[in-house]
Design a protein around this ligand. Structure first.
Ligand SMILES: Cc1cc2nc3c(=O)[nH]c(=O)nc-3n(C[C@H](O)[C@H](O)[C@H](O)COP(=O)(O)O)c2cc1C
Length: 384
């Protein structure tokens, strides 16, 4: 999944803190706690989140791997403290696994007679740390002129219309940030919040879909030469690690699968001194390699499993069928999932950039990136 960059996280949902390490970032990149905070704030927001997000105010502290505000090339170490961590170790034993969660599989796998250790680690609380680590990667990409923008395209079966074709990252981010559900279309956004209210009243939860667009990537990240170097596979594996993510779509893969072959490709044309594609059905990837078009990846999320309406399950103490217990929960997490997708894709893209352009010093990486862009084919404009 990652080849040059590595990361690890540890910590439980209600433990004292989450810890994370990001290893392989180049030296000399200016990086401060504040560079991580915008994405952490966005991950906590969104209409349909539960009480937990009102308790936590996530702030990641960089505690290793920087010197005088710049990365040193050493592993970046980060901490996020949990506020709601009181009495977490003395919590009552839970013997009733919740359907849709890792509870049953985790208890069977590790031989627990208590679901708490599974609940605590399988919780999506862990994605706060991955968002912080990924925000550092996105920060590096932003310094290279790359923008990662994810927004919500569906919640509970309500689908947003396609974005206007002339919109760039600034328009999308402005429209998204004005919406309580990170959806760029105001009418759809209102319908989505109404759908969330309705689901909450019905004691149900909702799923949905996010779309990530990455601008200004050079052609040539990833490779077709070996399966584990394909960027499409690396992105898909990373994005499917988001809890509740169940399907990935690259470009217009789903609608394209019903079309005739000639309509489903992006023809190659000349514009000015360079190459131009009138369409981007492939979503910026051909043969597992970026092709210079915006990268477009959609992630589909199942309705989250915990809801106020208890689901049938079995008490593992006595084997009796029972109703699951309600544990404080969100209704819809799709807006938060969009931010997590940006952060995780950021790490995959930095990994691919380090592989292609070198990984010791940020200044070297920047120069190599620039030189590569300059030597891409350019032709006489009069002959286009
Ligand atoms: C940001 C975020 C918050 C989540 N919050 C909840 C929640 O409050 N309640 C819940 O049941 N599931 C929640 N989930 C989903 C579960 O963590 C996930 O469905 C569960 O761990 C089982 O994993 P799976 O759905 O990937 O198989 C959340 C997911 C994300 C990405």
């Amino acid at each position: 999944m990652l080849r040059t960059l590595r990361y690890m996280t540890a910590g439980e949902s209600h433990g004292p803190m989450l810890v994370g390490i990001l290893e392989g970032m180049p030296a000399g990149l200016a990086l401060a706690d504040e560079d991580l905070s915008a994405r952490l704030r966005r991950r906590q927001g969104g209409y349909g989140r539960g009480q937990r997000m009102q308790i936590e105010t996530d702030a990641a502290r960089i505690v290793g791997g920087t010197w005088k505000g710049k990365t040193t090339g050493a592993p970046l170490a980060m901490l996020i403290e949990n506020r709601s961590s009181k009495q977490w170790r003395t919590r009552m034993r839970r013997t009733v696994p919740r359907p849709g969660h890792a509870d049953l599989a985790g208890m069977l796998k590790y031989g627990f007679d208590d679901a708490n250790p599974v609940i605590e680690r399988a919780s999506a609380r862990e994605t706060a740390m991955r968002t912080a680590l990924g925000a550092a990667a996105c920060h590096l990409l932003e310094r290279l002129g790359v923008r990662l923008t994810a927004h919500v395209v569906a919640i509970g079966g309500i689908e947003a219309p396609r974005l206007p074709s002339d919109w760039g990252p600034a328009e999308i981010e402005a429209a998204r940030d004005a919406s309580e559900v990170a959806c760029c279309d105001p009418v759809t956004s209102a319908a989505m919040t109404a759908r969330i209210d309705e689901a909450r009243a019905q004691r149900q939860s909702l799923g949905g879909r996010t779309e990530l667009i990455v601008w200004n990537l050079p052609p040539g990240l990833g490779s077709y030469v070996h399966w584990d170097r394909r960027l499409d596979a690396r992105l898909a594996a990373m994005l499917l690690s988001i809890p509740s993510a169940k399907a990935i779509e690259l470009g217009d893969a789903i609608s394209g699968s019903a079309e005739l072959g000639a309509q489903a490709q992006d023809v190659i044309a000349r514009k000015g001194r360079g190459i131009f594609r009138p369409t981007n059905r492939a979503g910026g990837l051909e043969g597992g390699v970026t092709n210079g078009q915006p990268l477009v990846v959609r992630v589909t999320h199942k309705p989250i499993p915990t809801q106020r309406r208890p689901l049938p399950t079995v008490d593992l103490d006595d084997g009796q069928p029972v109703e699951g217990r309600y544990v404080r929960s969100d209704v819809a997490i799709v807006p938060a999932a969009a931010v997590i997708a940006e952060a995780l894709a950021g790490m995959v893209l930095v990994d691919a950039a380090l592989e292609k352009f070198g990984s010791d010093r940020f200044a070297e990486l920047e120069r190599a990136w620039q030189r590569y862009l300059e030597q891409l084919p350019q032709w006489d404009e009069s002959r286009s």
